[in-house]
Design a binder for this molecule. Structure first.
Ligand code: AMP
Ligand code: MG
Length: 331
């Protein structure tokens, strides 16, 4: 065996600028991040990208020093190429190109959604799970089949995390909204019917969000939070359960920022028990957007010869997970 290789990963799809280092023997050895918090409302893409530009140098240097490495000891540089907000992606890509040119090491494009899956597989040891990936910007039920991660259900409009965060903001709760809604929901006593919308294998959260906000004027906040979470998570559980029955995967992996929800974990665990599948969840420190997951997935891709020339390293704001070949899953 040769010596251990080090890959540095840059994440910048939305609110987080992250830089992490992963090793070829399957560890994330450092994971530095800086989070943009909007002054009001949701993410403003240009403000977020300006935040990332000013946080980049210190975040990269924190990640390198926590790993005990200098840039010349890095073997490759990976970056989150998409999907995400264009201005944010371009800032991260610029940093990654510069580090690649500076160190003379290859540049590796990484799909952000696949990185959430791969870091979950790495940490839990699940080889071939059905994946439920839930975050501020994405809601996907996916499983590997024949060279790619296939989609077995997704949101038709807003993401689960975005739906819940927007509702929390309407109640005047600060970001991140999901954990605050969960605390409120613990005090809920009665269920308020809200629009439950599953179309085929896809979910729609925007009507649910609009109705929940409308009802917040004349309903108890705890009851409404409880009802919103029950409906939103219930829709996801229905889709995940059908996907599990269809694919017959031996396990379900919950990943992404909202995977930290204990309530959602309990629901998915119950789905798994009904189907004789194992339930696993990504560790909390690797659940949200981070550079370590990009570094690890970059290593998997690089091992298969996947790199990109700096001149060709365009970002892909709408890069779907099922458009990406994942040769490291073959065999
Ligand atoms: P990501 O986009 O992957 O970084 O995830 C962000 C989402 O995770 C937002 O919707 C947050 O509200 C949500 N989130 C943050 N902390 C928690 C938590 N402790 N439990 C559940 N969701 C959380
Ligand atoms: Mg994410």
């Amino acid at each position: 065996m040769g010596s251990v290789l080090y890959v540095l990963g840059i994440e910048s799809t939305a609110h987080t600028f992250g830089c992490g280092v992963a090793t070829s023997d399957g560890r994330v050895i450092s994971n530095a991040k800086a989070e943009y918090t909007p002054k009001a409302g949701g993410i403003h893409p240009r403000e977020a990208s300006q935040h990332h530009a000013s946080a980049a140098a210190s975040t990269v240097s924190n990640a390198l020093s926590a790993a005990g490495l200098t840039i010349s000891q890095i073997d490759a540089v990976a970056f989150s190429t998409g999907p995400g907000l264009g201005p944010c992606l371009r800032t991260g890509a610029t940093v990654a190109r510069m580090l690649s040119l500076l160190s003379g090491k290859p540049l590796i494009p990484v799909n952000h959604c696949i990185a959430h899956i791969e870091v979950g597989r790495m940490c839990t040891g699940e080889e071939d799970p059905l994946v439920v990936y839930v975050s501020g910007g994405n809601t996907l039920v996916s499983a590997y089949s024949d060279g790619r991660y296939r989609i077995f259900g997704e949101t038709l409009d807003v993401a689960l995390g975005n739906c819940l965060d927007t509702f929390a903001r309407a109640l005047g709760l600060p970001h991140p909204g999901v954990p605050k809604l969960e605390v409120l929901a613990d005090g809920g006593r009665s269920f308020i019917p809200l629009p439950y919308i599953v179309k085929g294998q896809d979910m729609s959260y925007s009507g649910l969000l609009t109705d929940a906000i409308r009802r917040s004027k004349d309903h108890d906040r705890s009851d409404l939070s409880l009802s919103l979470l029950e409906v939103a998570y219930g829709m996801l559980a229905e889709v995940a359960e059908r996907a599990l029955a269809h694919t017959e995967k031996p396990a379900l992996l919950l990943t992404g920022g909202v995977a930290r929800s204990r309530r959602l974990q309990r629901i998915m665990d119950a789905v798994c028990r009904d189907h004789g599948a194992r339930f696993s969840v990504v560790p909390p420190d690797l659940a949200g957007d981070n550079g370590g997951m990009i570094a690890w997935t970059g290593y998997l891709a690089w091992r298969e010869g996947i790199t990109v020339d700096v001149e060709e390293s365009y970002v892909k704001p709408k890069w779907r997970l099922d458009e990406v070949d994942v040769p490291w899953r073959r065999g």
